[in-house]
Design a protein. Structure first.
Ligand SMILES: [Zn+2]
Length: 467
């Protein structure tokens, strides 16, 4: 995948950022206490210590980054955007009871609701430093129209890069699954629609704004056939594969009862381990499960807040990292993580893993920043383009303000970012274009998004109540 040549006319428009701390998150973890970064067009042209080189042409903007830390943009690896309009419900349930409580409402979703929820979810994340986000959408009620098209059109306005994991469910209550019969698709219908989504929207080029992945929902809502054929479809098309795995003890029990094996063995038997696969949660993994993920380079989307909210448990992230498993961070859907912010997941990943088996040796600030940036790029298959600040990569980056009340007394900027309160975003760039300035979205009207999302949430609640 080759980057566009520097002679490209767009590539000559430069933005210079100076006098800031920089955490590049490159392979060596290079950091600068006071450095510079030059953006040319949609690419990073240079990053280094001290001032930017003299004599740069076409500098359209020069930013004094005093009091700031620059990092790669955050990468969210697991979400369900539609849940933005069903937040704050079933707040005291575990996963299975929470799903059963919410499926009937979710099954009423339509295109305007999904568009509003997409903008709410993305606006919230982008304001908090996310530049690439994956959405796992698996609810396609009959007659609901072009949900994939509606979501992508809504996402385009906000300006983040998207991996839309086209989900599906075909195992309802009548087949021993969890979703109600009216909330699922047929196996053939789901596969056909997924293939159409890939053909219509997947862009594999360097700097792509939209990737599509194949993403059956979870073992307790899909058939074995959908998993098998989904893997074949993804590999035939050269796209990535995503699903939920090993989230709860109930899921583990379900797999043993139905398939005679645990979730990881079941996934392996259906072609669902591999370097083109990433899986959400992976909380209940034994040593041989972790070995299987490491051996096959299967990625993990670690979602600490959602796992806590649904009392699922603590994923063994330090063991996964030690074994060589690629790990990124995820918000998960906002019906199980109402804040919907990825920068708070940095802090929660660190704190929650210290409650696990490894105690204070579990994760540190720099390991967590790597999970939220490079690790995310790894599991989404985009390390050639994003995830670290290096010349030739895409200019997706965040300028965090660390000299205000919340952070000014923490000397180390990475410690301030991870251990401190969620830091204000002074500037966030995607493709070298601002998406946030001084904490405000530049691409869309936040108040209008909030109003529309509230109206759509109320409309959904009304329709669901009518039954
Ligand atoms: Zn999820």
């Amino acid at each position: 995948m080759a980057a566009p040549a520097a002679s490209d006319s767009r590539a000559t428009r430069r933005i210079v950022i100076e006098n800031c701390a920089i955490a590049t998150v490159d392979a060596d973890g290079t950091e600068y206490a006071s450095g510079h970064l030059v953006v040319a067009g949609n690419l990073i042209e240079s990053v280094g210590a001290g001032k930017a080189p003299e004599g740069l042409e076409n500098v359209v903007r020069r930013i004094d980054g005093t009091g700031h830390l620059v990092t790669p943009g955050l990468v969210n690896t697991h979400h369900h955007f539609y849940q933005w309009i069903t937040r704050g419900l079933a707040t005291d349930h575990n996963l299975f009871n929470w799903l059963v409580a919410l499926y009937p409402t979710w099954a009423r979703i339509d295109a305007p609701m999904l568009a509003a929820a997409t903008q709410g979810s993305l606006a919230m994340m982008v304001k908090g430093g996310v530049t690439t986000a994956s959405d796992h959408h698996y609810v396609f009620p009959r007659g609901s129209g072009d949900l994939v098209g509606a979501e992508l059109a809504a996402a385009r306005e906000i300006g983040a890069r998207i991996t839309l994991a086209r989900g599906s469910m075909d195992r309802s209550v009548k087949d021993g699954g969890l979703p109600p019969d009216f909330a699922v698709e047929t196996t053939e219908g789901a596969l056909k629609a997924t293939e159409e989504a890939i053909d219509t929207h997947h862009d594999a080029s360097f700097g792509s704004m939209v990737h599509i992945a194949v993403a059956p929902c979870s073992p307790f809502s899909i058939s074995t056939e959908l998993l098998r054929q989904g893997a074949e479809l993804a590999r035939r098309k050269g796209v990535r594969m995503h699903t939920h795995g090993s989230e709860t003890v109930e899921e583990e029990k379900f797999c043993h009862e139905l398939f005679g094996m645990g979730p990881t063995d079941y996934f392996e038997s259906t072609g669902w381990l591999g370097e083109d696969v990433w899986m959400a949660h992976c909380v209940h993994m034994n040593d041989s499960d972790i070995d299987a993920f490491a051996r096959t380079r299967t990625g993990v989307a670690h979602c600490p807040s959602s796992n806590a909210r649904l009392a699922a448990g603590i994923a063994r992230v330090p063991d996964m990292l030690a074994a060589g498993v690629p790990v990124g961070l995820g918000v998960d859907g906002t019906a199980s993580n109402e804040s919907g912010e990825l920068h708070t997941e940095l802090r929660n990943a660190l704190l929650i893993n210290r409650l696990g088996a490894h105690r204070e040796a579990a994760l540190d600030a720099r390991k967590v920043l790597r999970l939220g940036t490079y690790g995310g790029a790894q599991v989404l298959g985009r390390t050639a383009e994003i995830g670290s600040l290096e010349a030739g990569k895409l200019a997706d980056l965040v300028l965090w303000k660390l000299d205000g009340l919340a952070h000014s007394t923490i000397a180390d900027p990475v410690t301030a970012l991870v251990f401190g309160a969620a830091a204000p975003v002074t500037l966030s760039l995607v493709n070298g274009e601002p998406v946030v300035e001084d904490g405000r979205l530049t691409t869309a009207d936040e108040e209008a998004i909030a109003r529309t999302a509230r109206a759509e949430a109320q409309r959904l609640a009304r329709i669901a109540a009518e039954g």
